[in-house]
Design a binder for this molecule. Sequence first.
Ligand SMILES: NC(=O)c1ccc[n+]([C@@H]2O[C@H](COP(=O)([O-])OP(=O)(O)OC[C@H]3O[C@@H](n4cnc5c(N)ncnc54)[C@H](O)[C@@H]3O)[C@@H](O)[C@H]2O)c1
Ligand SMILES: O=c1ccn([C@@H]2O[C@H](COP(=O)(O)OP(=O)(O)O[C@H]3O[C@H](CO)[C@H](O)[C@H](O)[C@H]3O)[C@@H](O)[C@H]2O)c(=O)[nH]1
Length: 334
Amino acid sequence: MRILLTGGTGYIGSHCAVALVEAGHEPVLVDNFANSKPDVADRIGQIVGRELTSEEGDIRDAAFLDAVFAKHHFDAVIHFAALKDVIASVDQPLEYYDVNVGGLTTLLAAMDRADVRSIVFSSTANIYGEPDYVPIDEQHPVSARNPYGQSKLAGERMISDIVAADPRWRGAILRYFNPVGAHETGLIGEDPSNRPSNLMPLVVAAAADPERQLSIFGTDYPTKDGTAERDFIHVSDLAEAHVAALDHLPEGGNVSVHNVGTGKSTSVRMLIHTFAMVNAQPVQCVEKPRREGDIASVWSSADKAEAELGWRAKRDLVEMCRDAWNFHRRGHGG
Ligand SMILES: NC(=O)c1ccc[n+]([C@@H]2O[C@H](COP(=O)([O-])OP(=O)(O)OC[C@H]3O[C@@H](n4cnc5c(N)ncnc54)[C@H](O)[C@@H]3O)[C@@H](O)[C@H]2O)c1
Ligand SMILES: O=c1ccn([C@@H]2O[C@H](COP(=O)(O)OP(=O)(O)O[C@H]3O[C@H](CO)[C@H](O)[C@H](O)[C@H]3O)[C@@H](O)[C@H]2O)c(=O)[nH]1
């Protein structure tokens, strides 16, 4: 299939491009480089052994999208392009709604004009809020607590409404847990400067600079070691879930919803310890109070994705930590 990847040079989009080529699909990358660099397309090309098509432009630009759809004959769209910083979304809600909701509306309208009505949508476990129970399954109530989460929930609902109104549409919604790591070649990954508040990039930064201390936010959580627990998932596993979702798009007029996590929880301390052991790199830490708004413990039920998409995460915490550090050492990871 020929697939349009919006946000295709971003962190998850770039890994998805690799997974799609490996599965025999033909991705075309669209990005405005708001949070990525054009040379990512070349690095994806190095991994897969051939050049990829990349188009520079904004998903809010209808004329640009019409031109892209006219030039390539797509079978489906995987929509990654969005703004994703929760804290920034509280300060700049208009910008977040403009890109994440307005951009999606413009994209869906362009798809309709081009007769391309299959979409895979990047959603987030953020919309589950404070869990009522763990592991979180797809039936868990949703309650977005910030403009970023609201924008993703709005995206899910917009797609569901459009698909319900017209049986020519098909949608697959993927709710990601905590993506970390990088491609095993170290050629693509996530620039830590793009994710200033997330744990793994800060572990890498602390390992790279002995003068720097990593803050552990909260050591008094009701968890095994007192630190918070998350479902960290290797970005290459997450990428492969998109290939599975494409292969299992629901019948026309339907939307599928799947969590994309490992089904396992890992504590903050466990991640830091594993990183230090695997990479033989000390990480200086300092214990701090809980970070405001943080959840103690959250992880996914991975059963529905396995049963319906035939997908399950294959890579473990050791690989996540090894690949995150390897990306840094190769000189691409800050
Ligand atoms: N990384 C995470 O922790 C995480 C978790 C859950 C969901 N998500 C979602 O997954 C998707 C991909 O996330 P990511 O981590 O790869 O982020 P990213 O910022 O690395 O990638 C997004 C890409 O979209 C591009 N982009 C932004 N606005 C655009 C616009 N108006 N037009 C065209 N391109 C635009 C950016 O330049 C970037 O390359 C996002 O929708 C995000 O909300 C990410
Ligand atoms: O320097 C740090 C950074 C993080 N943490 C802890 O590590 C855990 C994971 O933090 P992340 O920021 O990596 O991930 P979160 O699950 O807290 O955040 C995720 O969920 C958020 C909403 O809750 C946003 O959606 C965010 O973008 C997404 O990565 C949290 O307990 C956090 O307090 C530290 O101890 N020290």
